[in-house]
Ligand binder design. Structure first.
Ligand code: DGY
Length: 325
């Protein structure tokens, strides 16, 4: 009886132990226990001895890297739902399969969207600072005050899985829901939200705006001076999608002028090297890209990536294949 050789997988970052144990058992794997970030050139060089890559959203997999990959690489599984870091067309052109990890991080990410809305509206940054800096003076009925979340109007950009999970949570806050999406979703998936085919038509109805769309060439800087200008004065923007969707200059200037009351940001352009001006604003509630960062979610993401690799190397169609016909 012959035993099939295990597929060889290069894993670019340190993953939860449960995931690495399974990888080690089922594949011939090179792990990265020190979680050292590798350059594209290093990934291409190391990939020479492998059949597949398990990468993360921190690994830029642009055309130049894909072109530099050896012919042995047949699949790239990313440990993320977002795929803006991968040139999928270049991979497809080279016959490399690509998969992502949808579904398993929907709840965790939607939870953070609500955390950002509440934190931004209720002054989590200045409130926490006041207590820490021992500046909590005698209580006053009029100072300090935040803004209500309950009963206000929420606009969701991108009514995919995460946008819908945000809508479900916002219903518990009696929010009045609106959404903008490339197309109207079926009635059950709207969760009572009103569809706007044009973003410009939705914006004047948003006390809160939650960004939940994919980062693509079309959505780059979608939130800019013009779109922010259409929001009601004192609106709040939260972003759990990608920093590339927001024009930082426009957002910072609206937060400084008071056009926007606050923002809640989990993602940033160029993260972790964010625009330093955000750090000076106490009306911005910021997190370091924690949307999917719970233990269970990260394990589930890893297992989903491994499921995809396993299916592919068994000759089956991976469930989350992005390069299919
Ligand atoms: C994702 O899965 O896309 C999250 O943003 C983590 O990168």
């Amino acid at each position: 009886m012959t035993t099939m050789a295990k597929a060889r997988i290069l894993v670019t970052r340190h993953l939860p132990n449960e995931v690495e144990n399974r990888l080690t058992r089922d594949f011939s794997t090179e792990l990265n226990p020190d979680d050292r970030a590798m350059s594209g050139a290093e990934i291409a060089e190391r990939a020479k001895n492998f059949d597949g890559l398990l990468i993360t959203s921190m690994d830029r997999c642009r055309k130049d890297l894909i072109d530099a990959l050896p012919a042995s690489i047949r699949m790239i599984a990313t440990f993320s739902v977002g795929t803006d870091h991968i040139d999928i067309l270049a991979a497809k052109a080279k016959g490399i399969a690509v998969s992502n990890t949808p579904d398993v991080l929907t709840d965790a990410t939607a939870d953070v969207a609500l955390l950002l809305m509440l934190g931004a509206a209720r002054g989590a940054v200045w409130g926490d600072k006041m207590v820490r800096d021992n500046k909590w003076g005698p209580p006053s009925p009029t100072y300090p005050l935040g803004l209500d979340v309950s009963g206000r109007r929420l606009g969701i950009i991108g009514m995919g899985r995460i946008g819908q999970a945000v809508a479900i949570r916002a219903q518990a806050f009696n929010m009045i829901l609106h959404y903008h999406n490339r197309r109207k979703v079926d009635a059950a998936s709207e969760h009572g939200a009103t569809f706007h085919a044009r973003l410009d038509d939705m914006l004047p109805n948003c006390d809160f705006l939650s960004i939940n769309c994919a980062s693509t060439a079309e959505t780059r800087d979608l939130i800019n001076e013009k779109t922010i200008g259409r929001l009601p004065n004192g609106a709040i923007i939260v972003n759990t999608a990608r920093g590339e969707i927001v024009d930082d200059e426009a957002l910072i200037s609206a937060l400084k002028s008071g056009k926007l009351a606050a923002a809640g940001l989990d993602v940033f352009k160029g993260e972790p090297n964010i625009d330093p001006r955000y750090r000076e604003l106490d009306n911005v509630f910021m997190l370091p890209h924690l949307g999917s960062a719970t233990k269970n979610t990260r394990i589930a993401m890893g297992m989903r990536a491994v499921d995809n690799l396993e299916a592919f190397f068994k000759g089956e169609r991976p469930r989350d294949l992005l390069t299919g016909a």
